[in-house]
Write a new protein. Structure first.
Ligand code: NAD
Length: 286
């Protein structure tokens, strides 16, 4: 059976939370928080597929380029973790491209014959006020954050259902719970991820597939490197701007990628939790 164990307690020595031997797909797992998720599952004995892309359909993203080298970096990560005896494989896929997603899931079916957990960790952001935002810009940010979640979830369902059930964890954001100026397209997409997550959880509850979202607050990945360029005020350094952002967090502490990975591990294993959006934001959404 592909269902997770009946308790959240260790099911075998060394298997601290039921992830050992599970097949886990992390889409957008080369960098940032996805990378921390890959490492967290791998050290718990999961067989991890890290899927990422070298190119995106537009340059409306935090890398300011269509070239993002995600698959190249995913390959290096898989090599590094495999050298430590962990089971990590890199596959190329663009979450926003249906043919690419279809091929990814077919490859996983051929290689492993099963799939237990899917983490949709990819995402793009872009800064623009609505008054001057182009439709193409709006659509591409929605596509890069929300349509990809739909495509990966849809094509993963047959494998997740096949052996009794599984789990999907989607990356939303604190921007999926509150609006923020100049990122209306990003907020719309991240609110959308939460609505999609809740609806799919209801559709799949009887099939044993659980669907949840994680909502990070502020983590200094490539996304914030880009946002700092946009939000740093005249006379302020980037680091001063980042410190100003701290004031938005009730705990006055930024989250680390590992904080988010812990929440993903929990959601992937929590057998009675479905349709939820879990904030890991130091209280920002409280
Ligand atoms: N950084 C933050 O403060 C923050 C806060 C809240 C939510 N988030 C969300 O968390 C997720 C991860 O963000 P991050 O900061 O780690 O970003 P990141 O840029 O560090 O990493 C994103 C990864 O996803 C990959 N990727 C992007 N689009 C892809 C696609 N279409 N197909 C396959 N791979 C793709 C990139 O190549 C990269 O490896 C995103 O959904 C983001 O919106 C980030």
């Amino acid at each position: 059976m592909n269902t997770l164990p009946d308790t959240a307690h260790p099911s075998s020595p060394g298997d601290t939370d039921g992830h050992q031997g599970r097949v886990v797909l992390v889409v957008g797992g080369a960098k940032g928080m996805g990378r921390a998720v890959v490492e967290a599952f791998a050290v718990r004995g999961a067989r991890v597929v890290v899927a990422d892309t070298n190119t995106l359909s537009s340059a409306y993203n935090q890398y300011r380029s269509q070239r993002v080298d995600g698959f190249t970096v995913a390959g290096e990560l898989a090599e590094e973790l495999s050298a430590k005896g962990l089971d990590v494989t890199a596959l190329q896929a663009d979450a926003s491209d249906e043919e690419s997603v279809r091929a990814l899931l077919a490859e996983i079916g051929d290689r492993y014959g099963r799939l237990d957990t899917v983490v949709n960790a990819f995402g793009v952001t872009h800064v623009s006020p609505v008054a001057t935002m182009e439709l193409a810009e709006f659509n591409r940010v929605v596509e890069g954050n929300l349509s990809g979640v739909f495509l990966v979830s849809k094509h993963a369902l047959p494998l997740l259902r096949a052996d009794g059930g599984g789990s999907i964890v989607n990356f939303s954001s604190v921007s999926g719970r509150s609006g923020f100026a100049k990122v209306a397209h990003y907020c719309a997409a991240k609110f959308g991820v939460i609505g999609f997550t809740a609806s799919l959880a209801l559709e799949e509850a009887r099939n044993g597939v659980r669907v949840n979202a994680v909502c990070p607050g502020m983590i200094r990945t490539a996304m914030w490197d880009y946002l700092l360029d946009e939000f740093t005020r005249p006379g302020e350094t980037r680091d001063e701007c980042w410190e100003r952002m701290r004031g938005m967090i009730p705990q006055r502490a930024f989250q680390q990628p590992q904080d988010i990975a812990e929440a993903v591990l929990y959601l992937a294993a929590a057998r009675r939790v479905t349709g939820q959006a879990l904030g890991v934001d130091g209280g920002m959404s409280a």
